[in-house]
Design a protein around this ligand. Structure first.
Ligand code: FES
Length: 67
């Protein structure tokens, strides 16, 4: 699914950018080699960034809980 329609940035590209260190929409655009156009995707992109960071942080804890 697309997060940014103007620049055709998909959720998986946002996730990859977050795993590479992106923490703001501007970081995601930079990681994708694109620049924002209308900006209407900013809220959805921020939410996706937060969700991906939460999942990354929860991952190791879930593994430790299983030990
Ligand atoms: S939808 Fe992302 S810049 Fe327009």
């Amino acid at each position: 699914m697309y997060i940014c329609i103007c620049r055709a940035i998909r959720e998986r590209e946002v996730d990859a950018a977050v795993r590479a260190g992106a923490r703001r929409p501007a970081d995601v655009f930079r990681a994708c080699g694109k620049s924002p156009q209308c900006g209407s995707c900013a809220c959805d992109m921020r939410q996706r960034i937060a969700d991906t960071i939460s999942q990354e942080q929860a991952g190791p804890q879930m593994l430790m809980a299983a030990d």
